[in-house]
Design a protein around this ligand. Structure first.
Ligand SMILES: NC(=O)c1ccc[n+]([C@@H]2O[C@H](COP(=O)([O-])OP(=O)(O)OC[C@H]3O[C@@H](n4cnc5c(N)ncnc54)[C@H](OP(=O)(O)O)[C@@H]3O)[C@@H](O)[C@H]2O)c1
Length: 251
């Protein structure tokens, strides 16, 4: 794993939004970013899980955590506008946006893939990243060095039988990352990349590989050096890259 020991104040004064912050990798990021000085805006589907996360972070870093429940499967354009507007009142500049929320969905041959599930998965894994990015770009432009990280997967870089909408959604995420990175390369200070965390000990991994021993995979916490690097000043040179946490070396 990437060897990186950043200072405790790495993200001091930074404001970072994390989607899917209520569980798994997103939750570990919210906690770690707050531990390194950031104010974290945590989005998730379950209000209850977000409230538990709030209590956990607030006790260590009072006033540094905001929670905002939003179900991407049912969210409407107004919800994204409302979120951006209310955020803007409190934080005119947004330093980071981590698109992490995702659904795994059915593993099924394309021939039999349920169409309703396909649509829901695209809404959660792809459309939400587009809608949030579009709504928050003005705030990201106001930051001195904004960061957007899209969360990919190995099946978003090489298709795999029966991974259906999940694999296709991750290809779309890579496409969104590349398109946006190209648009922003010379017109802004925002750095845009995608990251494949690789197999990680979370509920999603357990659902994808039910027969696997959970402790055969690294914890979400063990990935934090990579995420901290990407959102801190050292990640400033990376742009338009499809990165892998497992073999990340800072380039
Ligand atoms: N774990 C792995 O091995 C692995 C490997 C490669 C890529 N990834 C990617 O890494 C990211 C994080 O995965 P994870 O393993 O940490 O997953 P996880 O433990 O299942 O957590 C998923 C998060 O997404 C949120 N979410 C799900 N549906 C949502 C919806 N409709 N609206 C809003 N939020 C929703 C969940 O919210 P609730 O808690 O409220 O349901 C949760 O916070 C995903 O993009 C995944 O594709 C994971």
């Amino acid at each position: 794993m990437f060897d990186y020991n950043p200072p405790q104040d790495l993200l001091k004064d930074k404001v970072i939004m994390i989607t899917g912050a209520s569980d798994g990798i997103g939750k570990a990021c919210a906690s770690s970013f707050a531990d390194h000085g950031a104010t974290v805006i945590c989005l998730g589907r379950s209000q209850e899980k977000l409230e538990a996360l709030y209590d956990e972070i607030e006790v260590r870093h009072a006033g540094k955590v905001i929670i905002h429940p939003l179900d991407f499967a049912t969210a409407q354009p107004e919800d994204y506008k409302l979120l951006a507007n209310s955020l803007n009142e409190q934080f005119p500049a947004l330093d980071g946006l981590l698109h992490n929320a995702a659904l795994l969905g059915a593993r099924s041959p394309i021939e039999f893939y349920p169409e309703g599930e396909w649509e829901t998965l695209m809404k959660v894994n792809v459309n939400s990243a587009f809608m949030l990015t579009r709504a928050l770009l003005p705030a990201l432009q106001n930051a001195t060095s904004g960061r957007i990280v899209f969360t990919s997967s190995s099946v978003g870089r090489q298709g795999r039988a029966y991974w259906g909408a999940y694999a296709v959604s991750k290809f779309a995420v890579e496409g969104l990352m590349q398109t946006l990175a190209d648009e922003l390369a010379t017109t802004s200070n925002i750095r845009v990349n995608s990251l494949n965390p690789g197999g990680t000990r979370t509920a999603m991994r357990q659902a994808a590989y039910p027969a696997e021993k959970p402790d055969s995979q690294p914890t979400a916490e063990s990935l934090m050096p990579v995420y901290l690097y990407l959102f801190g000043p050292d990640g400033d040179t990376l742009h338009g890259k499809a990165l892998d946490a497992r073999n990340f070396d800072g380039n």
